[in-house]
Design a protein around this ligand. Sequence first.
Ligand code: HEM
Length: 341
Amino acid sequence: MFTKNIAETCHIEALHLALLTLASILLPVNNSLCLELHCYRNSCLQAELVVKKIVKKHFIVDPSLPAGFLRLQFHDCFVRGCDGLVLIDSIGDNVAKKEAPPNLTLRGFEVNDEIKADLEKRCKGIVSCVDTLALATQEGVAFARGYAVQTGRRDGTVSNISEVHIPVPSFSISDALKAFQNISLDLDDLTTLLGAHAIGFCHCGFFVDRLYNFRGLGQPDPNMDSNHVDCLIKICPKPANQTFNISTDPKVFMSQTTNTPFKLDTSFYHGVLGGEALLQLDQQLAFTGITEKIVLDYVKRPKVFRENLLKAMIKLSSVGVLSDENGEIRMNCRKINNPSQ
Ligand code: HEM
């Protein structure tokens, strides 16, 4: 029954795409720059449907993909604004943002490449990489709960590792807030966006200090539930030294309080209240007056969380967007168009 439904959906989408391709040939092309809903409706009518189709295809095989995209978009928008520069590969002497330590476990690049390659075939040079990322993130999240993302962003042209200043798990709430305020996001946004930690994975290296040697005192973090510490110790061995090898480091579900690790629900906040948050920063949400109030509210009223998350995602995906004559429409998301300029 499940297979039949998917097959039926694919068939309808194929027909839909064929009609849209025809329509975009017949419709006048409007390359005007915009940041609005369905910005490509005249210039590349199929864009949103192509993204939906490809994300869906991968989601069926790997339901953790939306988590990868969400984090990718956060890391992109946080540094210099949403400009797709996190997608760029290093070239020659230029070490790209991708190589910065917080970015080493980002994922979703290949699926984004597949979307972009498909769109380049259909509408050459029209849809930016940063928009494919925004649309793919929105589609991924749509499998949990959707939101309407605007399009029309242009791609940035300078990606350098030295610019990557992203909050780390050991940040206090007030340090993380300062970092968020720098991009015009507030404490509500921080508390709400951290709710994205309901889905996806976390490598042990990001919280192992809390299990064995919190703040160098040789003990677990007293704020982590002791049964939970025992449980995590079975998966995350005590590191032999300070540096962990990300490629061999075990990983666990980001939200430990759920049997729905791919559902963007309020499980993260239940974990925070139960002392089961993995990251030190996340756990502190329970101990800071205002954030605790928000957490309690979200646990009581999941609908409010969903509504606020969608609003916060729209805010995040609009940070520092390039428009008009700034930036470019990259042909290949991993390379700026003309590196010699
Ligand atoms: C503000 C401070 C934040 C810190 C310190 C932080 C830190 C982390 C860390 C250490 C991981 C584990 C990565 C890994 O092991 O591969 C992670 C995963 C994740 N983060 Fe955050 N994060 C923050 C904010 C956010 C925000 C704002 C979002 C979304 C808008 C987000 C979405 C995610 C998602 C979805 C994952 C799972 C990724 C995957 O499965 O590949 N994070 N985060």
